[in-house]
Design a protein around this ligand. Sequence first.
Ligand code: FAD
Length: 545
Amino acid sequence: MARALRYIRHMTSHMDETKQAKRPLSAQADRGGGGVPVVSEVFQKAVEHVPVATSITDVHANILYVNPAFEKLTGYSHDEVVGKNESILSDKATPLKIYKELWKTIKSGEIWHGRLVNRRKNQSKYLADLTVLPVMDDDGYVMHYMGMHRDVTDLNQLERKVKNQDALISSVIEAAPVVIVLVDASGRVAFSNSAYKELKRELTGVEPSEHFVGALKESLGQNIRDLCKKGFDFTAVEVSLKTQSGDTRWFACSATKVEEQDMSAAGYFAEDGSCGVLLVASDITHQRRRYEQARTNAVRAVMAEQQMVQGMREVISGAIFQMQGPLNIMSAASSMLERQGNSANALQEPINQVINAGQTALERLRAAMPNTADEPVGPVNINEIIREVLDVSIDGLLREGIVVEWTPASVLPNVPGRMNALRSLVKYLVDNAILAVRDRGDERSLLINTRVTENGDVSLEMRDSGPGFDDSILIKAYEPLFTAWKKTRSRPGMGLSLARQIIMDQGGSIEIKNALTGGGKIEVVFAAASLGHGPSALQQGVPSS
Ligand code: FAD
C-alpha cells in the first residue's frame, strides 16, 4: 500500500504540475496555503477515502493502484490485483462491442462512461457504472487510465421496475376502452390515451377535456385550481358532446385528484407537488339511447292512456254541453208556462218530464266521466316536456312532412305542475298544429319556442303554417267537440278545451291568435314567478338539446 501511495503521490503531483502548466494554480491550492504539494496530498487522501471504487492503470489497463472502495466492492485486495489487468473483473454478460467502444474512446483521449457487468472475486456479479478517464503527459500522450465505478445493481433494478410498471400502466391505459386524460391545474392536457385522441379527431381537433372540465365545474361549482386545494373525487357525471357528424355522444365521467412531484432541480425541496385531475370517461351513448327509447316508450304509453281518458272526457263534456242548451231552453219554457197559469197545464207536465229525463241523463253522463289520475305537483321543466312530446310525436310529424323548428330557451326555470297533465297539454297543442297544417297544404312548418317572460313566468309559443283562426273559430275554439279543421281523421275536437282546462288547473293561461306571418299562433304561459317559483327560487332547467 505504501508503495502504491508513493506512486499515487508521484502521479497526482505530476497531474497537478500538468494542470499548473496549462492554467494558473487553482484558488483551492492557494487557499490551502501550501501550493502544489498540499493539493496532491489532499488529492491522495481524497482518492483513498472516496466511496467510489477507483483504480489507476497503465495504457494496457494493467492495474497500478486501487483504493479501499475498490477492494471493498470487488473483494480483491490491493496486492491481489496490482499487476493484473482490469479484465479480471470482466463478465461474459457484457457484450464485446461495449469494450470495443470503451477502448476506442479512451485511446483517443476521451472520457468513457457506461455500464458493464462485473464479476467479484467470489464470482458474484454486479452492474458497474464505470467512468474511465485517460491521464495525458505534457505532449498529450495517454500515460495512464483512471477508472471509477459504482455498483448500480439496485438502482438498475429500481429503474427497470419503474420502466416495467410504466410500460404496463401505459399499455393498460392505451388499451382501455375508456377515455383517459390527465389535465393540469391550468386545464392543459398533460397525458391522454388513444381513445381520447380518437374522440378528439371526431370533434375535429377540439379538446374533449374542455367539455369534461366544464362538466366538472358545473357539477362541483368550482374550478380545478380551487378543488386541488381541498381535494376531490367524483364519479359518473354525465357529459354530452356533439361530434362533427352531428351525433351526440354521452359519457359517464369520473375524476380523481392527482398530485405530481416537481422533478426540476429547483423543486427538489418543494413540499407540495403540482395538482392535476385524472378524468376517466366511458361512452354510455348506447345505454343512454336505449334508456331514452325506453323512456319515450313509457311516456308514449302513459300519454296514450291519458289521451284516451281525456278523449272520453271531451266526448262526454261535449255531450253534456250539447244537451245543456236544449234543456236550458226547456226549463225557460216551463217557467214561462208556469207563469201563464192553468191554461198551459197540459203542456207543462210533458215538458217537466222531458226536463227531468234530461237532468237524469246529464247526471248519468257526469257520473260516467272517467277521472284523470291524481298526480302530485312538482317542479317541471317545459323544455324537457316539449322534447318528450316531440319524441313521441315524431312519426306523425314525419308522416305529414312537417318541419319542426324548436328554439328552446337555454336556461328555463322549472314551473310547478303535474308532469303528465302538462305532457298532455303540449301534445294537444302539437296535434292541433298537425291538423291545422294538414288543412293548408303548401308550407308545412311548426315553430316552437320557449322563453322567460318579464314576470319570470315561462312562455311556450307554437306557430303553425296552417290557415290560422278566423273570428268564428276564435269564439268556439275552446268548446268541447268543436273542430275548425276539415281533415280531422276521427279526432273529436281541437283539443283546446282540454288544453285550456289543464293550463287553468296549473294557474297559467292560454291565448289563441293569428301569427303576423300567417298561420295560427298559440301562446301558453306557465305560472312560475307568480307562485314564487321564478328563476331565483327554482333551479334552472335542463339545457336545450
Ligand atoms: P478482451 O478480448 O481482452 O477485450 C475485448 C475487446 O476490447 C477487444 O476485442 C478489443 O477490441 C478491446 N481491447 C481490450 N484491450 C484492449 C487494449 N489494450 N487496447 C485496445 N483495445 C483493447 N473491464 C471490465 O470488465 N470491468 C471493469 O471494471 C473495467 N475497468 C477498467 C478500468 C480501466 C481504467 C481500464 C483502462 C479498463 C477497464 N476495463 C474494465 C476494460 C478491461 O481492461 C478489458 O478491456 C475488458 O474487461 C474486456 O476484457 P476481456 O478479457 O473480457 O476481453
